[in-house]
Design a protein around this ligand. Structure first.
Ligand code: UN1
Length: 495
């Protein structure tokens, strides 16, 4: 069967990149399976996509927000209808197990329903004026043209986090998805088209970071860049945007930790730790990569984790018995292997895993064994740097204060969790953990879309995605004063 060629979507038309070049998208669980070829877009394609978005801005910003919401609502309905095939394609495209790709689509559904409703809210403020016969309020205005640059680990959910709030707020968008997962993003764009989104309001250009992403970010007509991905790329984007006084919202790395105190329910805590560490094969920015365990229970808890980790099965994410799918590509697998070597050189004790999984069912994919390190100290590289793979480090602590110190000794600050039965300790942790998200008696993953998502320190640049917080990213405040006194009233001036 001939490989399907997928196109860019610019100004309402599906078209080839001007270079005529394409790139291949293969299944990380079976690299002999090609899912399709995608356009390798360059500056000329990006130019036209941004022109379309710029032109469509004039009309879209004037379209009433509830009408914009109706289109997004239809997207939600279609996502519900197509949930299973979308998830299956996503598992083939990036590897995570089907129940998680179903969850990824569900996150898109939740975002779309929530965002559609925002079309009838989008609250501003109405406040009293200090002067008589004067009305004072603030309303939200679109920022303009948004460049959405999205990663491969949540190939539909994260594009939806950006597209939905951007569009409901009246912005137009050029989406550049990760080159490992163009299909899931393209499927989402198709649904927006089917739902009746006018041409130019949402455009898709596929390609690489350097050939497609950079010209998009550098285009002076782009008003806002919303990026999720690596810290290095995020840092580069911030410099590029700063030069042009462009707005930018960055969602980057994590080095998330779960603290397990001696009074915790250890069975529950172990399930949560493994779900956080090995879910999505550890490729979440919210993944648990450090578990910080009170010394009294260290031995016991380590044994529980080890037994459960050894029982986890790697394999094709479409097979119901698979616990852990492949890594997304060979580069990621090398990176994870390197970190396992580094961990051992640094003195970490490798309890299980540490190498690629190459058994019969896994020989054609980028599989890696779920890996557990014990005797890790907080300053080791495997305890400090984001690995983005199925590698969990066990770190001992003396008590909660010590644990908080270890959690906070990180360049990142996305998600944290504490397992304890003591409500006082739980609230102390909530107050002192320097992360954007804290869970009590649950894992570091699984954020819901109706609350802000994002982190402190090197994880972000102060923005939050999702919830009403996303509106702050995708709108400019317009403050409005209406003076109906019929005379010139001067604020702040004594008369
Ligand atoms: C990410 O890893 O980039 O909270 C996003 C979670 C998911 C989102 C993860 N809802 O784990």
């Amino acid at each position: 069967m001939a490989t399907k060629v997928f196109k860019n979507y610019i100004n309402g038309v599906w078209e080839k990149a001007s270079s005529g070049e394409v790139f291949s998208n293969t299944n990380p669980a079976n690299f002999n399976e090609e899912l399709g070829r995608f356009q390798l877009s360059r500056k000329e394609d990006v130019d036209r996509a941004v022109s379309a978005a710029k032109e469509a801005q004039k009309m879209w910003r004037k379209t009433p927000a509830p009408k914009r919401g109706e289109i997004i609502f239809k997207v939600a309905e279609m996502l519900v209808k197509n949930k299973k095939p979308l998830a299956e394609d996503m598992t083939r495209e990036m590897g995570k197990v089907l129940k998680e790709t179903l969850g990824d689509v569900q996150e898109g559904i939740d975002t779309a329903y929530y965002g559609a409703g925002e079309g009838r809210r989008m609250f501003g403020e109405t406040v009293p004026s200090e002067l008589p016969a004067k009305f004072a309020m603030s309303v939200r205005m679109p920022v303009g043209v948004v460049a959405a640059v999205t990663p491969w680990n949540f190939p539909l959910a994260i594009p939806s986090w950006k597209l939905v709030p951007a569009l409901i707020c009246g912005n137009t968008v050029v989406l550049k998805p990760a080159s490992d997962t163009p299909l899931s993003a393209l499927r989402l764009v198709e649904l927006f088209e089917k739902a009746g989104l006018p041409p130019g309001v949402l455009n898709l250009v596929t390609g690489t970071g350097s050939q497609t992403g950079v010209p998009l970010i550098d285009d002076p007509r782009v008003d806002l860049v919303s990026f999720t991905g690596s810290t290095d790329t995020g840092a580069d984007i911030s410099v590029r945007c700063a030069r042009q006084m462009k707005q930018y919202s960055l969602e980057m790395g994590g080095k998330n930790a779960i603290v397990v105190l001696a009074d915790a329910d250890l069975e529950l805590a172990s399930e949560a730790v493994l779900w956080g560490a090995f879910g999505t094969t550890g490729q979440r920015c919210t993944a648990c990569s450090r578990v910080i365990v009170e010394k009294k229970i260290l031995k016991n808890f380590t044994n529980i984790l080890l037994e459960k980790t050894r029982a986890m099965r790697c394999g094709d994410g479409l097979k119901p018995k698979t616990d852990v799918g492949p890594l997304v590509n060979e580069g990621q697998r090398e990176k994870v292997s390197n970190y396992c070597e580094i961990g051992q050189r640094e003195g970490g004790k490798l309890l299980t895993g540490g190498t690629p999984e190459t058994g019969k069912a896994c020989k054609n994919g980028y599989f890696f064994k779920p890996t557990l390190f014990a005797e890790v100290s907080p300053k080791m590289r495997i305890a400090q740097e984001e690995i983005f793979g199925p590698v969990l480090s066990i770190i001992a602590c003396n008590n909660l204060d010590h644990a908080i110190e270890i959690v906070n000794d990180s360049d990142f600050g996305l998600s944290s969790a504490v397992f304890t039965a003591d409500v006082n300790k739980a609230f102390e942790a909530i107050e002192d953990l320097d992360t954007g998200i804290t869970y009590i008696n649950s894992s570091t993953i699984g954020a819901e879309i109706q609350l802000p998502f994002g982190g402190t320190k090197g994880t972000g640049n102060g923005h939050r995605e999702m919830g009403t917080a996303a509106l702050d990213t995708y709108t400019e405040w317009k403050t409005v004063y209406v003076d109906y006194s019929g005379k010139l009233q001067k604020a702040q001036i004594d008369d």
